[in-house]
Design a protein around this ligand. Structure first.
Ligand code: PLP
Length: 457
């Protein structure tokens, strides 16, 4: 099989951030050997390289993603990505709200490479220091008393469902391990929500097309209308409801903030019903809204909160934060994961949390979010296709009166990476939190220009 190698110009294109020296000894020798044994071909042209990679992907990778066929990313730096031809893109997607510190951040790289040279994985059969350090940080900086680690957002929600179900069984006074005993088990979620794609999280997720090919999903799900307290009150019932899942700011659903009265009303309804209130902060948590946690914008605390995307700045991680009363029902053997919370990912995540939780950093995210929304409103003023610019912090949506697919393509051609949300009629902007003011202004200019040409796209 032909080897996939990037064209020559890629390696030398930009100065990289300051990086620590690689570890000494055998590791260092092997790394150097790997680089030397894969020289890039000066004659290989970027377009043929790209079509070769795309062809090989179609041949070998399960086709569950509709990726653009004209771009293969080979390098990132700050809020910029570079394709195989060396073309620069402003990354307003950040790996779907993951690369909070951008690409190749020196602090992230330092934590990752240092820990990689010390200890990467032991399984959860043993204690390790970085897992404890990260859990301590998350507890000290949040409403929570305990942390459970996993590897993704859907796994975090899957775990939260299990914790809620067991909490309900224990509090119903039954033996939770008795397969014939029943207890409140319903889970309420809301229109336009996204909680993941595993069978439990998928049951909660709104879009039918994500579920129907795989039916039946987890039973016991109840749907209510987002930002509608009456609908929530009808769905949340003492003796039936185990938990209510809600994103304080919906991401995939359309970058839609919850109303304050809605979240505080859900808190009261859960308390009255003896149900757990679970905030899914997989997308809106950890600095994205300009507060460390999305719920801080509302003054309402959950019993359980799921986190994932930005937590390790690009490494796979998920976490569930819990109040002690919920933690108390879980026993050794009740849940687990081989990879979760390993030293490599936790040491890296700790560095990310330390950067993001700095109040000055959070204030800068808030200011950048305001700049982005104000800039977009000004630049698109008078455009009849732009119905609304909304969001909190750097979770921003531009509601269009048409589908946004062509806008995404046209923007990419102009070196601007954006994604969609909602029914496909919202442009979603979730850039690295380290994006500069100049980059924000550039985004506003390019996007407004593309939207001005929308009728001819
Ligand atoms: C709010 C929310 N919850 C859960 C998930 C699922 O996360 P993952 O894709 O890591 O499983 C996502 C992913 O977009 C999300 O936005």
């Amino acid at each position: 099989m032909q080897q996939l190698r990037a064209p020559k110009q890629l390696g030398a294109a930009r100065a990289r951030p300051a990086r620590p020296a690689p570890p000494r000894g055998p590791l260092r020798v092997r790394a150097a050997a790997a680089v030397e044994s894969s020289p890039t071909s000066a004659t290989q042209d970027a377009a043929s390289f790209t079509s070769h990679v795309v062809g090989e992907e179609a041949k070998y990778v399960l086709q569950t993603y509709a990726r653009p066929a004209d771009v293969v990313f080979v390098r990132g730096e700050g809020a910029k990505l570079y394709d195989a031809g060396g073309k620069e893109y402003l990354d307003m997607a950040a790996g779907i709200a993951v690369n909070a510190l951008g690409h190749g951040d020196a602090r992230w790289y330092e934590a990752l490479s240092r820990q990689a040279g010390i200890l990467s994985h032991t399984s959860n059969l043993f204690h390790t220091v970085p897992q404890v350090e990260l859990a301590k940080r998350l507890v000290e900086k949040s409403f929570a008393d305990k942390v459970f680690f996993c590897n993704s957002g859907t796994e975090a929600n899957e775990a939260a469902i299990k914790f809620a179900r067991k909490y309900a069984r224990v509090h119903a006074g039954i033996d939770p391990y008795d397969p014939h005993a029943t207890a409140p088990h319903e889970i309420v979620s809301f229109t336009n929500c996204f909680h993941g794609r595993t069978m439990g999280a998928l049951a909660l997720t709104y879009k039918e097309q994500y579920k129907s090919p795989f039916l039946p999903v987890m039973p016991g799900h109840v749907l209510a209308e987002y930002n509608n307290l009456e609908s929530a009150a009808a769905a949340i019932k003492k003796g039936s409801t185990a938990a209510v899942f809600v994103e304080p700011v919906q991401g995939e659903g359309g970058c839609t903030p919850s109303q304050v009265a809605f979240l505080s009303g859900l808190r009261s309804l859960c308390d009255e019903a003896g149900a757990l209130l679970v905030f899914d902060e997989v997308q809106c948590g950890l600095g994205r809204t300009g507060k460390l946690w999305g719920y801080e914008n509302y003054g309402v605390e959950p019993d359980v909160m799921s986190l994932a995307k930005p937590l390790a700045g690009g490494l796979p991680i998920g976490a569930v934060l819990l109040k002690q009363a919920v933690a108390d029902v879980m026993k050794p053997g009740d849940h687990g994961s081989t990879f979760a919370g390993n030293p490599l990912v936790c040491a890296t995540a700790t560095a990310v949390v330390d950067v993001i939780s700095d109040p000055a950093f959070l204030a800068s995210v808030e200011a950048k979010g305001e700049r982005l929304r104000a800039g977009l409103r000004a630049a698109t003023a008078g455009n009849p296709h732009v119905l609304e610019v909304r969001g909190v912090g750097l979770l921003v949506g531009v509601q269009l009166d048409v589908m946004a697919g062509k806008v995404v393509e046209a923007a990419r051609a102009e070196g601007l990476l954006i994604i969609t949300a909602g029914k496909g009629d919202v442009v979603r902007l979730v850039p690295p939190l380290v994006i500069s003011d100049e980059e924000i202004d550039h985004c506003c200019r390019v996007l407004a220009g593309v939207l001005a040409r929308l009728d001819s796209l």
